[in-house]
Structures are given as structure tokens and as C-alpha cells.
Write a protein that binds this ligand. Structure first.
Ligand SMILES: Nc1ncnc2c1ncn2[C@@H]1O[C@H](COP(=O)(O)OP(=O)(O)OP(=O)(O)O)[C@@H](O)[C@H]1O
Ligand SMILES: [Mg+2]
Length: 148
């Protein structure tokens, strides 16, 4: 099943992220796809907001992974961009799907072998300066239902 949204600002995208955080069940894995600058990290900031995380979520491009424990559940944020063409066996599988938290992976195609089958795909397409098409694909009915 899928659901499509059109966002007209970074703020709207963050609000959608907040709803995602509140509808997702523990252990959920999100794969965020879309070009550079599409808005993947912006959507992660919305998820952090939904989890009441006060730390500033930065693009973890240079650290591969950052875990936030200061919210209502842990947020594991992975950016696999820099894992292109390198050995990805660095233990990320221990964190992906961390059962009491939410995992969000930007550039999941670079760690395909580590992505669980149940992962929720979120694709962001840039439609113009501030407009984005956001498609959420998941078998989790409760998740999609919670996004009304
Ligand atoms: N509707 C929108 N939704 C999300 N971001 C938007 C929107 N309109 C404008 N923006 C801007 O687009 C940029 C998105 O950057 P962001 O870092 O979230 O992208 P990204 O997909 O994570 O890129 P990267 O692949 O480099 O990690 C931000 O500067 C944000 O303010
Ligand atoms: Mg990013």
C-alpha cells in the first residue's frame, strides 16, 4: 500500500515526519530515498520532533550513524551515502530495527543487504523550490492509517 503527500514547505515535511513518528510501531525501519537535497534529513528532523528529541538532528553524512536517546524512544539515524563502494560490514545490522526505537536510513541502496523486508520506503521527489512529492510505501496499515 502507498500514500502520497505533497509538501509545500520544509515545515510541512517536518509535520509529516512527526506524524510518522507517532504512528510507527517500535522497531520500524524507514528507508528514505530521493536525490541530494530532496528533504530526507528534513523529514528525519520531523520524526525527531515527534519523539520529543531536543538535540539538533544534523545530516550524519560524515558520521554514517547517529543515535538519539533523549526522546520518548531512541532514534537511529543512518546516512549510507559514504558507504558507496566500501565494505559495509561495520556492525550497522546491530542497530537497524533496534527493537525499542525507530531507525531511519538515508541512501539505503548502498546497504541493500542490511535492509529488512518489512522496511517502510519513503521517496521524496523535488517538484520545485519548496514543493516535494512524498510517497510512503508500507504493509503497515496502522502506520498509513495514522497519517490521515
Ligand atoms: N517541502 C520541503 N520539504 C523538505 N525540504 C524542503 C522543502 N522545501 C524546501 N526544502 C529545503 O530543501 C532542503 C532539503 O535538505 P535535506 O538536507 O533535508 O535533504 P536530503 O535529502 O537529506 O539531502 P542529502 O541527500 O544531501 O542528505 C532544505 O534546505 C530544506 O529547507
Ligand atoms: Mg540528508
Amino acid at each position: 500500500m502507498e500514500k502520497v503527500f505533497v509538501s509545500n514547505s520544509a515545515e510541512e515535511t517536518m509535520e509529516l515526519g512527526k506524524k510518522l513518528a507517532l504512528s510507527a510501531s517500535n522497531g520500524s525501519v524507514f528507508c528514505f530515498t530521493g536525490d541530494l537535497g530532496a528533504g530526507k534529513t528534513t523529514l528525519v528532523r520531523g520524526i525527531a520532533r515527534g519523539l520529543n528529541i531536543k538535540s539538533v538532528v544534523q545530516s550524519p553524512t560524515f558520521n554514517i550513524m547517529k543515535i538519539y536517546f533523549d526522546g520518548i524512544k531512541p532514534l537511529i539515524h543512518i546516512d549510507a551515502y559514504r558507504l558507496a563502494d566500501v565494505n559495509t560490514d561495520i556492525g550497522l545490522d546491530e542497530y537497524i530495527g533496534y527493537e525499542t526505537g525507530l531507525t531511519v536510513i538515508e541512501w539505503p541502496d548502498f546497504i541493500k543487504e542490511l535492509i529488512p523486508e518489512t522496511a517502510i520506503t519513503v521517496n521524496i521527489i523535488n517538484l520545485g523550490e519548496n514543493q516535494r512529492k512524498i510517497t510512503i510505501i508500507s504493509d503497515d496499515q496502522a502506520l498509513l492509517g495514522g497519517l490521515q
